[in-house]
Design a binder for this molecule. Structure first.
Ligand code: PLP
Length: 403
């Protein structure tokens, strides 16, 4: 504050593409892409300069049901008018209903839900559960978590510690536990790393890395190995879960059930929400106070979680994902795209030229996509309400783009 009591205007900072107001009032930590969405309906976004874009990226996979879905708006409005917030120290019917619906929709064998606010928070709590479980079982602490090269699990202390390459941006002097990274697909390295590990965390389809599937046989083997070593198996389905695989969760798509499953992103259709799904065995050892959160499981998020799952079921969106994913695979290997990888609606288009160039050229054709850690992968995370005509427009646009 200045002597007059008026806040001084801060020095203007900036990252690529920030608006003048953002440069003045916000931290310069995000480069912006140069498009400014002002409105969204279904899978379409309208920008400030009057363009309409087909959204194949969904705000990092969060806009699971696209924009302005009338049932989500109604659910939010009704819950806001009824009870805007209460914490976890009181029972809430809407929370119990969301937990039941999510557990019944998820993999058999995961029987309880714990609600949080984000993917990183879900993973932090999954690690806490894994360390507690192994300690109470064995009477001593295991100190290690195993993760995969290329993995992304979030930005908080523990989640960042198991994120590949995080030392570049982690910012903390040390990790809260030991971490061993193993190369994707290397089962011998995995078996060795699992000795005395409290948990193995895996994205069944790595998102940020560029839509890399772990593969069914690898997942089956990892399940067997973690059972043998007494290691808790965690599936991070923050990005690949919630219908994106063509099943409720990738665990069901690959027929492998972990001990813990974390999810977030589109769980409440764009409202912050995350969850940990927990096996009976891990849930049984818990005591009051073992986990906690202020906002997690709030009534607004829970009303939306209920509605999101109901909409996916009522509108047959899992089948739509399977069908349109296949349509992308068969029609979009054209122009600069040489192959498609990933699963369902978490796909990577392998490109001849840098993905960043193709992404910019696709915007010129009215299509919004993402990039990834792989410089030659354009990443697709479209809303589940995408239409066949949108895929056809993508294929036509790619055909016109120089290889
Ligand atoms: N796990 C995966 C696989 C993710 O893709 C992300 C975010 O992109 C996270 C965890 C972290 O989620 P959040 O940003 O909600 O903390």
């Amino acid at each position: 504050m200045s002597e007059t009591g008026v806040a001084a205007v801060p020095e203007t900072l900036g990252a690529t593409g920030m608006t003048e107001e953002e440069r003045r009032w916000m931290l310069p930590v995000y480069p912006h892409s140069g498009i400014e969405p002002v409105r969204g309906v279904g899978a379409l976004l309208e920008t400030r300069d009057g363009r309409t874009l087909i959204d194949f990226y969904g705000g990092h996979a969060v806009a699971l049901l696209g924009y302005a879905h009338p049932r989500l708006i109604t659910a939010l409005d009704e819950q806001a008018r009824t009870l805007f917030f209460q914490s976890n120290v009181v029972p809430l019917e809407v929370r119990a209903r969301a937990a039941k619906r999510l557990v019944q929709w998820g993999p058999e064998g995961l029987t309880r839900a714990f609600f949080v606010n984000s993917g990183a928070e879900a993973n932090e709590n999954a690690f806490r559960l894994a360390f507690r479980h192994t300690e109470r079982r064995e009477g001593r602490k295991r100190r290690k978590i195993v993760a995969l090269e290329g993995a992304f699990h979030g930005r908080t202390a523990a989640a960042a510690a198991v994120t590949w390459g995080s030392e570049r941006w982690y910012g903390f002097p040390q990790a809260p536990f030991d971490v061993t990274f193993v190369p994707r697909g290397d089962l011998a390295a995995l078996e060795e790393a699992l000795v005395d590990a409290a948990a193995l965390i895996v994205e069944p389809v790595q998102g940020q890395a560029g839509a890399y599937e772990a593969g069914e046989s690898w997942l089956v083997a990892a399940r067997e190995m973690t059972k043998a070593s007494g290691t808790v198996l965690i599936f991070d389905e923050v990005q690949c879960g919630l219908g994106r695989s063509g099943q409720p969760f990738a665990a069901q798509a690959y027929g492998v059930t972990p001990d813990l499953l974390t999810t977030a992103k589109g769980l409440a259709g764009g409202f912050p929400a995350g969850a940990v799904l927990v096996s009976d065995e891990l849930a049984r050892g818990l005591r009051e106070g073992d986990l906690g959160t202020t906002f997690g499981g709030g009534p607004l998020a829970c009303a939306l979680i209920n509605t999101v799952i109901q909409i996916i079921e009522d509108e047959g969106l899992l089948q739509r994902v399977r069908d349109l994913s296949e349509r992308i695979r068969t029609t979009c290997v054209t122009g600069p795209v040489t192959a498609v990888q990933g699963k369902g609606f978490l796909l990577g288009l392998r490109t001849t030229r840098p993905a960043k160039e193709i992404q910019l050229e696709l915007i010129e054709h009215g299509i919004l996509t993402g990039t990834s850690g792989d410089p030659h992968i354009v990443r697709l995370l479209p809303p589940l309400v995408l239409d066949a005509v949108h895929v056809d427009q993508m294929a036509a646009a790619l055909k016109e783009i120089r290889p």
